[in-house]
Design a protein around this ligand. Structure first.
Ligand code: PEP
Ligand code: MG
Length: 325
């Protein structure tokens, strides 16, 4: 199979019905970057920046971060890298920060909530990104945006830092994309103005799913209890697809499900044009997308819905079993 995936490297993830899905990779370390070449990913759809903060025993300095981000951009050779600003909370405690004792850290003071309430670290990180960009294009996305106002504030912070860089005589990004991760169900129902304001939305399915089903992603007892192909969840994802389509907003999916071939197929069939996954998943996902007609997959999902089933999985498995190699 590895050989077969390697032979697909230069080929697009184009379905039998002619739709092409952009496959990107998730990363979080400099060491992940060589996989860009090997996997055939078009870019980095999610660069998790937490690790750099978690592996040290003191707050990284702006210059250190700038140098790392710059090396990441060099290694990406002009491909898009979506830098996700710091997503820490009281579950991922930085050794050099005062821990917060929170009963439900996943629903607590984390990610953009910290960034907006105590903007010092977020500002420093944005400055490091701007210095690293040094006149190249820059893509930033904010984790855990739950309402429009949070996005406005976070975006304004970035624009203020760009203004400041400019006034200091530093280069500013030649192009700028600022997006939001959709990880709480509330964002799917945000005002139209939000969808128009954001350059793109990336669905963080790991968090979105845990909040949709109220099932802790860290809890072994419940984390696999609800199927991603549950039709309620698929209906909800369709709302997001429709909201983005209505505003002309680019949409991608970057949770772990994007790297599972059957789930990836369903996401593509629902209308996601970009999927971001661990590099090793790109081959298997591409291989399956190239074998199917996404319209037919939609038909299978509709049939499961019409039959009142909880999940589309059984019918999809049956459909795939009949598929020619
Ligand atoms: C997600 O929630 O799906 C996501 C991509 O972010 P993380 O897994 O880092 O929370
Ligand atoms: Mg998340």
């Amino acid at each position: 199979a590895q050989k077969r995936y390697a032979s697909l490297k230069g080929l697009p993830a184009q379905s039998k019905c002619g739709r092409t899905i952009a496959l990107h990779m998730n990363a979080g370390l400099m060491a992940d970057l060589p996989s860009l070449e090997g996997s055939g990913a078009e870019g980095v759809g999610l660069f998790r920046t937490e690790l750099q903060f978690l592996i040290r025993n003191k707050m990284p300095k702006r210059a250190e971060l700038a140098s790392l981000y710059s090396r990441v951009m060099e290694a990406a050779k002009g491909r898009r890298v979506a830098f996700r600003t710091l997503d820490i909370g009281s579950d991922k405690v930085l050794p050099y920060m005062k821990p917060n004792d929170e009963p439900n850290p996943a629903m607590g003071w984390r990610a953009i909530r910290v960034g907006l309430d105590k903007p010092g670290v977020l500002r420093m990180q944005v400055q490091a990104l701007l210095r690293a960009t040094n006149g190249r294009p820059l893509t930033i996305m904010f984790p855990f945006i739950a309402e429009h106002r949070e996005f406005i504030e976070a975006r304004a912070l970035v624009l203020r830092e760009i203004h400041r860089e400019k006034s200091l005589g530093h280069a500013i990004p030649s192009q700028l994309e600022i997006g939001a991760m959709c990880e709480t169900p509330s964002l799917a129902y945000a005002p139209q103005a939000f969808f128009e304001a954001t350059d793109f939305i990336s669905v963080g399915g790991n968090d979105l799913k845990q909040f949709f089903f109220a099932a802790d992603r860290e809890n072994e007892r419940v984390r696999r209890r609800y199927d991603t192909l549950n039709l309620s969840f698929l209906s909800f994802l369709e709302v997001i697809v429709a909201r983005c389509a209505g505003a002309g907003t680019k949409l991608s999916f970057c949770g772990e499900d994007a790297g599972r071939p059957i789930e990836a197929l369903v996401l593509a069939a629902l209308g996601f044009d970009t999927l971001s996954m661990r590099p090793a998943s790109i081959g298997p996902v591409k291989a399956l997308i190239r074998r199917v007609d996404l319209e037919a997959v939609r038909g299978v999902i509709e049939a499961a819905r019409a039959a009142g089933e909880d999940s589309a999985r059984a019918r999809l498995m049956a459909y795939l079993a009949e598929l020619p190699e």
